[in-house]
Design a protein around this ligand. Sequence first.
Ligand code: PLP
Length: 391
Amino acid sequence: MKISERLMRAKPSATLAVNAKAQELRAQGKEIVSLAVGEPDFGTPKHVCEAMKKAVDEGFTRYTPVPGIPELRKAIADYYGKFYGAKALAENTIVSNGGKHSLYNLFMALINPGDEVLIPAPYWVSYPSMVELAEGKPVIVPTTAESGFLADIETLEAACTDRTRVLVLNTPSNPTGGHYPQAHLDEIAAWAKSKGIFIISDEVYDRLVYAPAEYSTLCNFWEKNPEDVAIVGALSKSFSMTGWRVGTTLAHVDLVKAMTKIQSQSTSNVNSMTQKAAVAAFEGPWDLVDEMKVAFQRRRDLAYDIISSWPGAVCPKPNGAFYLFPVLDAFYTEETPDSASMCTKILEEAGVALVPGSAFGDDRCIRFSYAVDDEVLRKSLEKIGNVLMNK
Ligand code: PLP
C-alpha cells in the first residue's frame, strides 16, 4: 500500500509527542500536571446543554443543509452585529466541524498549487500543514518578542512575492496570547488589500481579551471589503465548547458557496443537534464567558509574575487567549539545547507537560497554558522554575 505523497509531506500534530511521554509517565504511577492543554477548564453553559437535549427529544436528528440550519447561520451573522456592529446576512456564514475545519475549507477554497501564504511566526501549529495539504507554499514571517509577537508591515512586505495570495492573522494568538489592537489590524488589512492579498483572520479566541486591551476584529473591515477577508470563529475557546466541534466562517457569499461545495463532498453538515445547541450559545446569555475572562486574567497575571521573575526569561505580557510564550533559551544547555529537550526535562523532573516552541515555529520559546486551577498553576510553575535554575 502506498500513502499519497501529499500526505507523506504532512507532519502529525507536534503536541502528540509530549502527550505520549506524559501518558507513559502517568502509566508508571507518576503524577503529571498538564500545562499543555489548549482548552478552557470550564464546562459548557447549562442552557446550551438543555438546547441539545431538547433537539434530541424533538427528534432533530436528520441531515441539515450543508452550510448549517438557517437559524444558526442567522445567529452567527447576528453575533457579529451584536458584538462588533458589523452587518452580515445568514448567507455570509457557514458552519463547519470546529475552527480547524473552517480553516481547512478556506485554504482548500482559496489556494492554487504553488500559491504563497504568509504566516507570521509563532503560528498556530496547523496553518503550515493545511497550506501544504492545499498544495500551497507556507511563507513564515518572523516577529519579535519585543513587539509581543505581532506582525509588522515592513516584515510582511519583505516576505511578499508575485505568488503571495493569502495572509493568515490570528488574534488573540495561540501560542503567544498576543492580541492586535484594532488600529494595527486595520493597518495590516489596508496594506494587504493594496497588495491584492486575501486575509484569513482566525478569531477563535475573540472574546478572551483582557482589559485594558479592547476587543479587535476584522469583521468591520470585511463588511466594507467582503472580497478581501474571511473571519474564522468557533465556539471552542471563547464559549468553552471544544468537544462540540462548531467552527464558523464569515465571508463573501461566493466564498461561502465554494466552502459549501467542499463540505458537501467531505463532511456534509455539522451534527444536527449540536447546531441547535450552537444557536443557544450564540444567542446567549454569556455569563460563562465573563466568568472565564475573570479567571483567565487572574491566572495570566499569576503566571506572568512567576515566569518573568526567572532570570534570563523574556516573557511578553499577552492580552488574550490563555497562553504565555516566554523566550527561555537562556536556560538551554548542551544536554537540553532546544525547546523539545527542555520540555522533556521539565516533564521528567517537574512532572509538568508543556509544548515546545518548535511546534509553533520558534524554538527559543515554550508554550504555557494557564487553563488550569490557580494553585495547580502556581505549584507547577514553582517546580519548573526549580528545574530551570537547577535548584
Ligand atoms: N485556531 C487557533 C488559533 C486555535 O488555537 C485552534 C485550536 O486550538 C483552532 C483554530 C481550532 O479550533 P477548533 O477546536 O474549533 O477546531
